[in-house]
Design a protein around this ligand. Sequence first.
Ligand code: NAD
Length: 564
Amino acid sequence: MEAMSARRGEDAAPPAAAATKVVLIGFMGAGKSRAAVIAGRRLGAEVIDTDALLEQRLGEPIASFFDRDGEAAFREREQAVVLELLERPGAAVLALGGGAITSEQVRARLREHLCLYLEADLDLAWERSRESGRPLARERASFERLHAERAPLYESAFRAVLPGGRGDQTERALEAALGLADARTPPTVRMAWACTSSPPGGYPVYLGVGTLDAAAPLWPAGGRAFAVADERVRVLHGERLETALTPVGLEQVIAVPPGERHKTLAEAESVLRALARAGMERSDVLVAFGGGVVGDLAGLCAAIYQRGVRAVQVPTTLVAQVDSAYGGKSGVDIPEAKNYVGVFHQPAAVLADPSLLATLPAAELRAGFAEVVKTGLISGGGLWERVRALSPIEHALGDEPEALAAVIEGCVRTKLAVVAEDERELGVRASLNLGHTFAHALEAATGYEGYRHGEAVGVGLLAALRVSEQELGLDGVVRAEVEALLERHGLPVRFEGASTDEIMARAALDKKRRGGRARLALLRSPGNVVTGCEVDDASLREAIEEFRGAAAPGAAASGGRRRS
Ligand SMILES: NC(=O)c1ccc[n+]([C@@H]2O[C@H](COP(=O)([O-])OP(=O)(O)OC[C@H]3O[C@@H](n4cnc5c(N)ncnc54)[C@H](O)[C@@H]3O)[C@@H](O)[C@H]2O)c1
């Protein structure tokens, strides 16, 4: 493939803005005014701070108007000003006062514009607001209540969520979010921000139908692109990938054979050699185009090629879109154990386009649903509700695309939040391994041929929930519900094909094991995972024995077995 030029790079021009306004929303102290100034400069657009404009029109500070006439009178004036600005023709960047979002009319109008939510956690918001003279930031308890009340309102309105009040990191996230303001980016594309220490400050995660085709305005600046693609995915979506990445300087697509059995050091070596032959340099970007297998393999190659190049993940399976593409864990299997050789290498960006899932075989889609259930259990709350309410996954893809997109986004944000707290898995990140000790052991014991990763995770979850009942008193209702959910989505709830001894031998190689005892992530209740629970082998054996049996009918119909 020839080298292409015309990419968004050091010479990045302002995005060709679509005809909507960029609106910064968020709680007090999130840094909206400053972000608006930066965005206005970047887009060459007028910047209006609604609080400043209101003070001008009121002819006095907001605090004195508020104290004299009360909040209701203030909100009325605020709503009128904000609606006027949103309805005014022409481009502009607006920084909205923190409470403007409480107006239903304002929220309805915001849907027509590009709404960026600067999310500030409570402590940061309080620290930045307490001495600002704001009328609603005089007392911590009511401030806290307000913070909790407004969060769902901001959540309902944004297209991109960025870390508020975090200096450079906020600026980088803002720059990435302005890719959504580009006329080439369809309104279906959304963004979340992954906070990490490497690359410093994090990376954008773009989600939604059309994300792949909008790669050019969303691309991290600089370098050429080299892609590692799952062979099967290349046949199905290769042209689309090439069209999308040609403007960012796509040089070459290297195809790798599909399937877990190719997630090996030997395959990594052949990719590295192909990249060297193709002349990839350190400033270039390695694109992973495929499911978790290619994501993990290409991530490892990106981490070690010339001691590290940037990686962009373009996940094409449900497993990869909800889980494996984020968080930087990259690696390969060895015959003895799964994911045993690897590194942490955070991506430079992730582009997750659910339209790529349309060609995914039903069995793979179902396997992905097991990771969705896992993440729902970890998150609890609204995400767990949405996961439980989803139609069987093959139907959800066609019939409930919005519900599925919301579930995918919820899973992504859950994972990003966990990883942000513990990037290198020294503590809380181990919660993401719920069900995985058993799953990895089953996969290895069946030669990576018996079960798809997600299928093994489904049974592994049940085993982990059983142990959780014994160790943490988890209500048995949860396991019954998860079992019914897995069955409804056509996933196996029993396993076969390996003896308990074989599985125990593989589990003994689990990387979390210490002093000869298994250390598991277990569930106290949905939303409450406890990591590092030491469990003796007898309990583990019992749990394994309990789930021995025939595969569920749905899984059997889909093959339930491997594979390519
Ligand atoms: N790094 C992490 O944090 C992490 C997390 C979870 C899972 N994983 C890893 O992910 C792997 C499992 O990922 P997976 O389930 O995506 O498997 P996979 O990558 O093997 O993909 C599954 C199958 O789907 C095919 N496929 C992919 N995209 C397609 C598409 N759009 N249309 C049609 N076919 C398509 C592939 O060719 C393959 O046959 C495991 O190796 C697991 O260890 C890693």
